[in-house]
Design a protein around this ligand. Structure first.
Ligand code: FEO
Length: 394
């Protein structure tokens, strides 16, 4: 896609990747993504804010040609991850006088990851500004969004925030700005769950600090731009600050129907007690949807049969994922079955050390669940409903 003008002299010059289906060889991208890069021309200097994934370097360079860009003075590297920094060496080759501006930690990472000569990079401090003449860029250090070196760039005169990954969405679209807020909310929530959620406490501080910065546009490095910043700020506020909701997330596997019977019984018992359940059969579940469900849930119940003496490997994978994402759930339990012996509960517990949760008594049936097993499942449902009421989860 050709450059798009945001304001006179300020253009989107990135690349839309309609076909990408996996990020970090892990995260599903059902709607593709974009790598947004921005050219900001001042009366005296020109800056490029972030580059693109190296696979799309030709698109960025072609967009700069299209704008007849003859000189870039600064390349702002908000983040060292390659989907935004990978094409910086190509930009420096085309514009050898350009200076890269990055946080001190990012400077080291650009040298390590991309072999950019150290002398080409100037470390900028938190709150430092650089003048482009009639336009001013301010750098806001924002570590752990989602790497330790990240910063945001604020264009003061136009009140535009360039936050790189923060407030982004993996969404390939021809729309420069968000047009469908429902679709954007879904994509941004998926993005938050998979990338930002483990760093919620850092993001909490950054959101509080950003209240000092009036914004007319938020221009992230993935997905469409926000010309109603309050929409995405409100969504982030809810994902970061609000209490968990009256929701149980239930990822499970069943091999011969025993765990399935217990899952069905638990879902029914919870629903009758007014607790919403999001059930994921891990043989076919979209891991991104599971991550999204964890953003709001108060409780995680894991359903597993016993394979040899441990949990089913797909269930172990889901537990490792939940542990990495660090959702704000407060209660965890396990239901499932075994044939002759099981250490599934102990092994699953060992996989989730990051989750600061109260563990509710698991229910593990020998073979197909009997009457007493189903009663224990109902008791678990009652305990969950009561805990959620006590915590005020709505
Ligand atoms: Fe879009 Fe952390 O890179």
């Amino acid at each position: 896609m050709k450059p798009r003008e945001i304001r006179p002299g300020i253009s989107w010059v990135g690349a839309v990747d309609w076909d990408r289906r996996l990020f970090d060889a892990l995260i599903p991208l059902p709607d593709g993504t974009s790598y947004n890069s921005y050219l900001v021309k001042g009366s005296q200097k020109t800056a490029l804010i972030d580059a693109v994934d190296p696979t799309m370097r030709h698109v960025l360079l072609s967009n700069l040609d299209h704008l007849d860009c003859k000189c870039i003075d600064y390349v702002i590297a908000n983040h060292a991850e390659q989907d935004h920094s990978g094409a910086i060496p190509d930009v420096l080759e085309r514009f050898p006088k350009a200076e890269v501006l990055a946080s001190p930690k990012c400077k080291g990472m650009l040298v390590d990851l991309l072999a950019i000569p150290e002398a080409k990079i100037r470390a900028v401090n938190d709150g430092e500004t650089v003048s482009l003449g009639d336009r001013t860029l301010e750098f806001i250090h924002a570590p752990w969004v989602h790497w330790p070196e990240t910063m945001l760039t604020y264009l003061k005169e136009e009140r535009i925030l360039f936050p790189c990954d923060l407030f982004g969405s993996h969404l390939a679209t021809t729309d420069l700005y968000v047009t469908d807020e429902g679709q954007l909310h879904e994509a941004a929530k998926r993005y938050f769950a998979e990338i930002m959620m483990p760093f919620r406490s850092n993001i909490e501080k950054h959101l509080t600090r950003l209240k000092e910065y009036p914004m007319e546009v938020i221009a992230p490095s993935h997905g469409p731009l926000h010309n109603r910043p309050e929409f995405i700020l409100k969504a982030y506020h809810s994902w970061v600050f609000d209490k968990p909701r009256n929701i149980v997330v239930l990822p499970y596997i069943s091999m011969h129907g025993s765990t399935q019977r217990m899952v069905e019984h638990l879902v029914d018992a919870l629903a009758h007690r007014g607790v919403s359940v999001k059930q994921f059969n891990l043989t076919s579940a979209d891991i991104g949807k599971l991550a999204m469900a964890l953003v709001d849930a108060g409780t995680l119940v894991i359903g597993t049969p016993t394979v040899v003496i441990g949990p089913h490997p797909n269930v172990a994978y889901a537990a490792v994922l939940a542990n990495a994402l660090r959702p704000r759930i407060q209660f965890v339990s396990v239901i499932g079955s075994y044939g002759w012996g099981s250490k599934a509960v102990e092994q699953l517990s060992a996989l989730i050390p990051n989750l600061k949760v109260e563990v509710l008594s698991p229910v593990i049936a020998r073979g197909f669940p009997k009457e007493e097993d189903l009663k224990a499942v109902e008791a678990l449902a009652e305990t969950i409903a009561q805990k959620h009421r006590e915590q005020g989860f709505a």
